[in-house]
Design a protein around this ligand. Structure first.
Ligand code: 4HQ
Length: 257
């Protein structure tokens, strides 16, 4: 019943070190997750365990050879059954978002292929990859960090991995809003005080303040979220948004006259 992941990489120790820590490490030990990390070099037929070669047509950098990835996926299928998806993390992929994470979390078995060097031979994509996923528009040196990003985001949605199921419902991208600010003790750090409302003990006022701060921040920093996710807002949040937009409009009109 546990969610299966297979990660294929030339740096298994790096991936394993990450996976033994924190919430994911605990879930793995409790068998809520079943994660296997494979060393790509073990699937090289080369006696020097070479996994890269020069690009046909010339150009800079090296290209990852096709056979090791193909052999690795064959071995995973034989040992662990057919996965529902084989993901190659790459800047050419569709950009990951929480909706995609949610849909991946519905699967039982996900394979993640990590590239290094300039690129992966395109025949790997054609023959064994079901989808390419990018974690964002910036360039990294390897696919390990992106694969771990995908794995962590998906794994934490699996039943029982995150202790308090309510905390998932509250995640900012599930709500279409950024989070409100948070504070803990002490109430005063070198004169920087916690907002008075949070010390008031008035739960209704605190709830309303947090909502207002969340909408304010989203409007300031991520207006794109408000356009895409307006239907996720409740009536109170929509009212706050309209009020903030009206205040801004009045300010602009006043600046004009
Ligand atoms: N890569 N999202 C692996 C990325 C990347 C990204 C660059 C992938 C290097 C070898 N992957 N290659 N951004 O930057 O997924």
């Amino acid at each position: 019943m546990s969610l299966k992941f297979d990660v294929v990489t030339i740096f298994p120790s790096m991936v394993l070190a990450f996976l033994e820590k924190g919430v994911i490490g605990r879930a793995n030990r409790r068998k809520l997750l079943d994660i296997v990390v494979h060393d790509l070099r073990e699937f090289s037929s080369d006696r020097h365990k070479k996994v890269d070669d020069m690009p046909y047509g010339g150009g800079p950098g090296m290209v990852m050879k096709p056979e090791p990835f193909m052999q690795a996926v064959e071995k995973i299928k034989a040992d662990r059954g057919d996965p529902q998806t084989v993901i190659l993390v790459s800047p050419q992929g569709r950009r990951l978002d929480q909706a995609k994470v949610r849909s991946l979390s519905q699967l039982n078995h996900v394979v993640l292929l990590c590239g290094r060097y300039e690129a992966v031979d395109e025949r790997v994509v054609d023959a064994v990859v079901s989808e390419e996923i990018s974690i964002g528009d910036y360039v990294l040196t390897g696919g390990e960090v992106p694969a771990l990003v995908v794995l962590e985001a998906v794994a934490r949605l699996a039943q029982g991995v995150v202790g308090d199921a309510d905390s998932i419902k509250n995640d900012s991208f599930e709500r279409g809003l950024l989070d409100h600010p948070h504070y803990t003790r002490p109430a005063d750090v070198n004169g920087a005080r916690v907002p008075e409302v949070l010390l008031s003990g008035n739960h209704e006022e605190i709830r309303a303040w947090r909502k207002c701060e969340a909408v304010k921040r989203t409007l300031e920093r991520r207006p794109d979220l408000l356009h895409e996710g307006r239907q996720l807002l409740d009536e109170e949040e929509k009212r706050i948004l309209e009020t903030l937009q009206n205040v801004d409009l009045e300010r602009k009109v006043r600046a004009d006259v």
